[in-house]
Design a protein around this ligand. Structure first.
Ligand SMILES: NC(=O)c1ccc[n+]([C@@H]2O[C@H](COP(=O)([O-])OP(=O)(O)OC[C@H]3O[C@@H](n4cnc5c(N)ncnc54)[C@H](O)[C@@H]3O)[C@@H](O)[C@H]2O)c1
Length: 375
């Protein structure tokens, strides 16, 4: 959908705010791959890391203060990849400075924060995107195509499993409520909430639960740290507005589920005519089966393997990694074409409303109706 014509000079000048793991893993490679984009600045309070990134990523402006990025007239857009509690203030400052913003998930620490981020970007007519990575897996895109074109019949059940085998040592900022908000729920399950809603429509009511098993009171080097305050298992069952029900489960403590660090990531839709399955470990294939058959592997057709116009060659690199570069293609395309990013902050806020409801549901031991009114 084209929201407004934009006469954006190219390349789009992009700053990374938060030069940690995810920035290095796929945001910077995504920028490097896109001839319409240029990495011009990096920001992180960790000066040693910033210096290392000058080597890793090539020379750019570098600063420890995000306020300088927000005020810099030579920066068009920012990617915010900082700990969760900083997403709101950094996003608001960058929108104030007229920057287009891609922000990591969870968008905020709660729905109120996420909805404020959405309204601010919308009212300033700036592009906004939530980095819900798995929407970009070719298998997920093809599954969605099969679903929306009627190939699965009427969708009845959605099911997702995200099982990781992580060490039981400290998760750093990820294990404290003040900096992370929640654990597995905000880290992993929130992605599945997002794509469940993308496939099946809005969730109207959920019943959720979280649990914590690992104390995580030791750092990887054996030194002591304050124990974890957050869940390492999360789950919900849900009803969708368009009909259909869902079951979502995630854990970081599934022993034996290492699989080269990618874990077990399974999502499926059971329709009245057929079932289709996404798996992270093989994102260029899906499993499909009709009544009376057993699921069988089908190659994702070529046109779904990479976005139209993208220079990314889907035959290159580790398939479970390289589709993540397509987030940047979406963000830059929206900036240069004046279209809306999908997923936007509205989707980030909508998923957050559900994730908040999981915590509320478990506290109250009851079903919760979802109210995702963005205002
Ligand atoms: N979409 C995905 O698939 C995905 C994957 C991993 C992480 N994430 C999200 O990305 C974000 C970052 O995760 P990560 O794994 O890269 O964490 P990380 O700890 O490796 O990196 C975060 C970086 O942010 C920096 N930082 C902290 N406060 C800052 C500030 N005020 N200004 C600038 N930089 C600041 C830290 O020094 C650190 O270098 C989190 O919100 C996380 O949930 C998303």
């Amino acid at each position: 959908m084209h929201a407004k014509p934009v006469h954006m000079p190219q390349p789009v000048r992009i700053a990374i705010i938060g030069a940690g793991a995810v920035a290095d893993y796929h945001h910077v490679p995504g920028i490097k791959l896109d001839p319409r984009a240029k990495l011009v600045a990096a920001c992180d309070p960790n000066e040693a890391l910033l210096a290392k990134r000058q080597q890793d990523w090539g020379p750019t402006k570098s600063t420890t203060k995000y306020e300088e990025i927000a005020a810099d007239p030579d920066i068009d857009a920012v990617i915010i990849c900082t700990p969760n509690h900083t997403h709101l203030p950094i996003t608001l400052a960058c929108l104030e400075g007229g920057k287009h913003v891609m922000c990591e998930k969870p968008l905020g620490l709660n729905f109120a924060e996420s909805a404020l981020m959405y309204r601010t970007a919308r009212d300033r007519n700036l592009r906004h995107m939530t980095a819900f990575t798995y929407r970009f897996a070719p298998s997920m895109i093809y599954l969605r195509h099969l679903l929306t074109s009627g190939g699965l019949g009427v969708p009845r059940h959605f099911r997702s499993q995200r099982f990781l085998d992580w060490p039981e040592t400290s998760w750093s900022w990820r294990q404290y409520k003040k900096t992370a908000g929640a654990g597995d729920l905000f880290d992993m399950t929130i992605h599945r909430i997002d794509y469940a809603q993308d496939l099946m429509g809005q969730m109207t009511a959920i019943c959720g639960a979280v649990a914590q098993f690992a104390p995580r009171d030791k750092n990887p080097d054996g030194s002591a740290c304050p124990p974890s305050e957050v869940d390492d298992w999360s789950a919900l069952i849900c009803q969708f507005a368009r009909g259909g029900v869902g079951v979502l489960e995630g854990t970081t403590l599934a022993k034996g589920y290492h699989f080269d660090g990618f874990g077990h990531d399974w999502a499926e839709v059971n329709g009245s005519e057929a079932t289709a399955v996404y798996q992270l470990k093989e994102p260029n294939t899906i499993l499909v089966g009709r009544h009376g058959e057993s699921l069988k592997k089908v190659e994702v057709p070529r046109e779904f393997l990479a976005p139209a116009g993208s220079p990314r060659d889907p035959s290159q690199g580790v398939p479970s990694t390289v589709f993540r570069y397509d987030l940047m293609w979406e963000f830059v395309s929206a900036i240069v074409e004046g279209s809306d990013c999908v997923p936007g902050f509205d989707h980030g806020a909508s998923a957050q409303a559900v994730a908040d409801a999981v915590l509320e549901s478990f506290d109250k031991r009851t079903w919760i109706n979802i109210n995702g009114d963005l205002g």
